[in-house]
Design a protein around this ligand. Structure first.
Ligand code: ADP
Ligand code: MG
Length: 346
């Protein structure tokens, strides 16, 4: 039987639970989202999903909406991106139709609001959102919200709203680990009829970082290149495309932001980092920062030396060698380096 979905929901039907790949990083979010749809009546009124960009929050939000509608198309399920909510509200205020706006949002069964951080510093919209949420709560209707971080850390949002969010069930989605990345790549390849072997998926997943959107982008680029060159997808082709993308990325990170990230991580000041001080913790964080800059930007060894209080290019070279040594010795300091590398690179 073909099910007619309401047209006003804005729900993207391509995002379903069955095409969401499960891994340690998103297991709980997936489980809870699914339970939410299975047990609408008895579930928490508010589910709050948070995590960095490109990790599947919007996908899950749509999957929730789709499943509820497929099971009961009479349910009024609304998906709204926060920007649209705000824009609609502003328009309604302008057109003197704010009552209509209010009634619309208050007459629904399930409200799915994406990227709540867009409400940041928008006082009037926050008020309206707060009232809407309260009305929905009173009627015991359901709300799912997504955000790029835990409620307490969203800046420019009033405390009442934050505590409302925290009162719900808050669940994080984390960057996928290697195996999940491989599975996602294989799944996306199958979905799009792209011929991708496990070995190549593993190669790409190893080289690329923690964001699913980016992973999809890489796969698309490799696919297009293979069509264009009329050649199969091989490790060689994947490597070529990944190298190109890395170079492109290199342009966007600057020295200062890396120095800042590293000094914050090791709890030292930037002036310590670029000083001549030789205590072990300062030297090691300096070496990490130098190596990260070498790997992530296009600056030369001498440019990097200059940015660290006019040090010689051989000092930078030595830093890179040192990090490599730590890698071989499997020292903790190398894992700190790796963590920062992934963080800056995602
Ligand atoms: P977010 O809203 O967290 O920024 P999205 O939900 O837009 O991320 O996800 C970005 C892309 O990655 C989408 O195309 C989505 O389908 C895909 N995606 C994310 N996580 C998964 C997953 N676990 N399995 C399959 N596809 C995923
Ligand atoms: Mg999103």
């Amino acid at each position: 039987m073909k099910i007619k979905l309401s047209t006003y929901t804005g729900i993207n039907q391509k995002y379903q639970f069955h095409n969401f790949i499960e891994g340690k990083s998103n297991q709980l979010a997936l489980y809870v989202s699914y339970r939410f749809t299975n047990n609408l009546k008895n579930f928490y009124n508010l589910l709050f999903l948070y995590g960095k960009s490109g990790l599947g929050k919007t996908h899950l939000l749509h999957a929730i909406g789709n499943k509820i509608l497929i099971e009961d198309y009479r349910k009024k399920v609304i998906y709204v991106h926060s920007e649209n909510f705000i824009q609609n509200m502003i328009n309604s205020l302008k057109n003197n139709s704010i009552e209509k706006f209010k009634n619309y949002y208050r007459s629904i069964d399930v409200l799915l609001i994406d990227d709540i951080q867009f409400f940041s510093n928008k006082k009037r919209s926050q008020e309206e959102l707060f009232n809407t949420l309260n009305t929905l709560f009173e009627k015991r209707q359901k709300i799912v919200i997504t955000a790029n971080c835990y409620p307490s850390y969203i800046s420019g949002i009033n405390e009442c709203l934050k505590s409302r969010f925290k009162w719900g069930l808050t669940i994080s989605i984390n960057p996928p680990e290697l195996n999940t990345r491989i599975n996602i790549l294989l799944h996306k390849a199958l979905e799009n009829k792209i011929n991708l072997t496990y070995e190549i998926a593993k190669f790409i997943a190893r080289k690329s970082y923690s964001n699913v959107r980016e992973l999809e982008g890489i796969l698309k680029k490799i696919h297009i290149a293979s069509l264009f060159n009329k050649e199969k997808i091989t490790i060689h082709l994947a490597k070529k495309i990944l190298n190109k993308l890395m170079k492109y990325k290199k342009k966007n990170i600057d020295i200062l932001s890396i120095q800042k990230t590293v000094s914050k991580y090791f709890n030292i000041t930037i002036s310590d980092m670029i000083s001549k001080k030789r205590s072990q913790s300062i030297v090691q964080s300096r070496q990490i920062a130098m190596t990260l800059i070498k790997k992530l930007t296009k600056y030369s060894l001498s440019d990097i030396g200059i940015a660290f209080g006019k040090k010689n290019h051989t000092t930078v070279l030595y830093a890179c060698k040192k990090i490599n040594q730590f890698k071989k010795q499997k020292k903790q300091i190398y894992y700190d380096f790796l963590y920062l590398f992934n963080q800056l690179n995602s």
